[in-house]
Ligand binder design. Structure first.
Ligand code: SF4
Ligand code: SF4
Length: 96
């Protein structure tokens, strides 16, 4: 599997700032620093850095975060395989 990039615009992570209480857990547990503080709330700094591990959603005490854990990784591997085998355009991504 060549390449070591995440696909653009496929990560499913979502954060509802109306629900967020600003505890900071998501900033602590995210291995890729997807979140950043925005005033008293958390916000998504860079969605494309998300590997969809699900840690943020699991640790958010008010369920402000949703993510389809593993979907992006699976999509990346499938698209990469398709691209390498000459099917379609593929996205050139993999999870790590
Ligand atoms: S799913 Fe994992 S990588 Fe993505 S934002 Fe949440 S903790 Fe970070
Ligand atoms: S873990 Fe949830 S409540 Fe805490 S800062 Fe992140 S989104 Fe907001």
């Amino acid at each position: 599997m060549r390449g070591f990039h995440y696909l653009k615009n496929v990560a499913t992570v979502r954060l509802d700032q109306e629900v967020c209480i600003g505890c900071g857990r998501c900033l602590e547990v995210c291995p890729h620093q997807v979140f950043a503080r925005e005033g008293k709330k958390a916000g998504i700094r860079e969605r494309d850095d998300c590997m969809e591990c699900g840690a943020c959603a699991l640790n958010c005490p008010v369920k402000a975060i949703s993510v389809d854990a593993g979907v992006g990784c699976a999509s990346g591997m499938i698209n990469e395989w398709l691209r390498e085998h000459g099917f379609g355009r593929g996205g050139g991504g993999s999870c790590a």
